[in-house]
Design a protein around this ligand. Structure first.
Ligand code: CTP
Length: 407
């Protein structure tokens, strides 16, 4: 593979015995044609001298957050901007904990926080430390923010223990880096996504909404980015961090979501409507907080525009993918929506039966299109998203080449 030629890799080294292996990684990266800059934490210097990495990378090694000698052209924020990808290898348990909490008390942590590029970490620690719930929670948190977690490997450890916790071998990390730079299957394709719930105001302090967490839509945005797509995410209010690299548009109501989507449709090849859009809004929003009374209260609701149906009705329309969350008769309702909303694909899931969907971390999908269907088995939403994006990519390419019903 030639994918690393001229790629700018920022290698972060933290304090762990595996730091010596990262010297070999620098050598392999240089051999593969990459440009490498190394940043060490103060603890890493206890294991390997900066001179080792300097000799191998051909550049000075950065250690201090406040470096009087730093050339102004390459201060710490510049380094974060300079790279195409940042890899922290080895990433110690302590470093991962601080990174997950957003600390910035050394140069490498500061760069992780300042980076808008892809960041990967290769954990390396004692197997008991790796097995600790705190480490697992930190890795889960990082991974949910789109940081790639590579490894660890299992086997004999420097301390004599045996188990998972060893850093992946340099050759393995090199392969992972090469895969990251392989042009994705959706390279250059514009994907517009809606995600999360909408909020329909009743008065200035109250609203009608639903249980959508946005996890599926955000996972789809990440999976599409990973395949090289240009992703625009129109999101209702959720408590998720926007994936680095997406064009993010935050909205509240269905009407705002419709406006944002219509603005973005012209540059989009694929539209994925993953949002749980409120079907109704309150007809007359009160200007002031409604006061309670002993009387029963009635709210008049009027229908919102169906965003997905509006997009699929456009003369110049993108490839349209809808979602159907149903509590029964999944296939019947999904096929009905596929037809009624004039969609290219629909991804349907059962909700309310404990098998995933709203608020859950897992999901399972039945995907239908004209002349075909495909099941995606129950899995973490990130895995389900990866498989669905792959399927959408295939169906979109087939539709472009005039082969619409290939199952
Ligand atoms: N959708 C949309 N705009 C709306 C409502 C729904 O874009 N105002 C999209 C959703 O994002 C989803 C699909 O339409 O992709 C299905 O939504 P759903 O609410 O289940 O469909 P409905 O036709 O409203 O059917 P139901 O009777 O089940 O509510």
């Amino acid at each position: 593979m030639q994918t690393l030629i001229n790629k700018k890799i920022l290698l972060g080294v933290t304090g762990g015995i595996a730091a010596y292996k990262s010297a070999e990684l620098v050598r392999l990266l240089i051999k593969a044609g990459a440009e490498v800059r190394v940043v060490m934490t103060p603890a890493a210097r206890e294991f390997v001298q900066p001179l080792t990495y300097q000799a191998l990378s051909g550049h000075r090694v950065y250690v201090d957050l406040f470096d009087a000698e730093a050339d102004s052209a390459m201060d710490h924020i510049e380094l974060a901007r300079w790279c195409d990808l940042m890899l922290v290898a080895p990433a110690s348990a302590d470093f991962l904990g601080k990174m997950s909490a957003g600390y910035a008390d050394n140069l490498l942590l500061t760069l992780c926080l300042a980076s808008r590029q892809l960041v990967a970490v290769a954990p390396a620690m004692n197997q008991q430390m790796y097995a600790n719930a705190a480490t697992a929670a930190n890795l889960e948190q990082l991974s949910s923010r789109g940081i790639l977690v590579w490894g660890p490997d299992a086997g004999e450890q420097a301390c004599g223990d045996v188990g998972p916790g060893r850093m992946l071998e340099p050759a393995h990390l090199l392969t992972n880096l090469e895969i990251c730079f392989k042009p994705g299957k959706l390279h250059g394709i514009g994907i517009l996504l809606t995600a999360g719930p909408t909020r329909e105001a009743i008065d200035p302090v109250r609203y009608i909404s639903n249980r959508s967490s946005g996890k599926m839509g955000y996972a789809l945005a990440r999976a599409a980015l990973h395949e090289g797509a240009e992703v625009t995410l129109v999101s209702g209010p959720v408590s998720l961090a926007p994936p680095a690299g997406v064009k993010m548009i935050s909205v509240e109501s269905a009407a705002e979501m419709l406006d944002a989507v219509m603005q973005e449709v012209p540059g989009s090849d694929v539209f994925i409507a993953c949002a749980a859009v409120s079907d109704y809004r309150v007809d007359q929003q009160a200007d002031h907080k409604i006061k309670k009374s002993t009387q029963t209260m009635t709210l008049d609701l009027v229908p919102n525009t169906d965003i997905l149906a509006a997009v699929s009705a456009l003369a110049e329309r993108p490839f349209c993918v809808g979602f159907a969350a149903e509590t029964r008769d999944l296939e019947k309702y999904a096929l009905d929506k596929l037809k009624r909303k004039n969609l290219d694909m629909i991804a349907a899931n059962l909700v309310g039966d404990g098998s995933g969907g709203f608020e859950a971390d897992v999901n399972r999908l039945e995907v239908f299109w004209d002349g075909g269907e495909h099941s995606i088995a129950l899995a973490d939403k990130r895995e389900v998203a990866k498989q669905l994006i792959e399927l959408i990519g295939e169906r979109y390419t087939d539709a472009l080449s005039g082969n619409p019903s290939k199952a």
